[in-house]
Design a protein around this ligand. Structure first.
Ligand SMILES: Cc1cc2nc3c(=O)[nH]c(=O)nc-3n(C[C@H](O)[C@H](O)[C@H](O)COP(=O)(O)O)c2cc1C
Length: 144
């Protein structure tokens, strides 16, 4: 039995809509489990959104040779190292057109080095097949 509602924060960057659509799917899943969900485009997100949450979901497309998006997501992620309480579960997801999913491994290592507990990561090809979208929902179900 669940003893308390978890606070989940989903922060994403999206231009074409693939990452945003997945964010909405994950929000729906978490809400259907009774969790409290804050979903924000990283351009509107603040550090307090992360510090208030227990589970952080971060989403970015793979860009420019397997990096996370550089103008908004990159500085936001960089700033996470300054967060006082890093005792939080982190789920990373990304979409890519042609790269392998190793950009998620680099991202995971970085957040682990900062001191976060990365509990899940998933790379999706383009907008994702039905199966991939289901895996995305599952990763929320397993960790929220
Ligand atoms: C400027 C730019 C650079 C990109 N670089 C890569 C890349 O290095 N590897 C890759 O697999 N996809 C790359 N893509 C494709 C995106 O990762 C992919 O289309 C993603 O699903 C876009 O997400 P969005 O629809 O949420 O914006 C790039 C797209 C853009 C616009």
């Amino acid at each position: 039995m669940r003893c308390h509602m978890k606070k989940i924060c989903i922060i994403y960057w999206s231009c074409g809509g693939a990452v945003e659509t997945l964010a909405k799917e994950m929000k729906k899943t978490a809400e259907s489990l009774g969790e409290s969900v804050l979903m924000k485009n990283v351009q509107d997100a603040e550090m307090v959104d992360v510090s208030d949450a227990e589970v952080i979901v971060l989403g970015s497309p793979s860009m420019n040779d397997g990096m996370i998006e550089q103008y908004d997501m990159e500085p936001f992620v960089d700033n996470l190292k300054n967060l006082k309480n890093k005792d939080k579960q982190v789920i990373l997801y990304g979409t890519c057109a042609f790269s392998e999913d190793d950009f998620l491994d680099v991202w995971e290592k970085r957040l682990t080095d900062y001191g976060f507990n990365v509990v899940g990561k998933i790379a999706i090809k383009d907008s994702g097949s039905e199966e991939e979208i289901r895996m995305c929902r599952n990763i929320i179900g397993e960790n929220c």
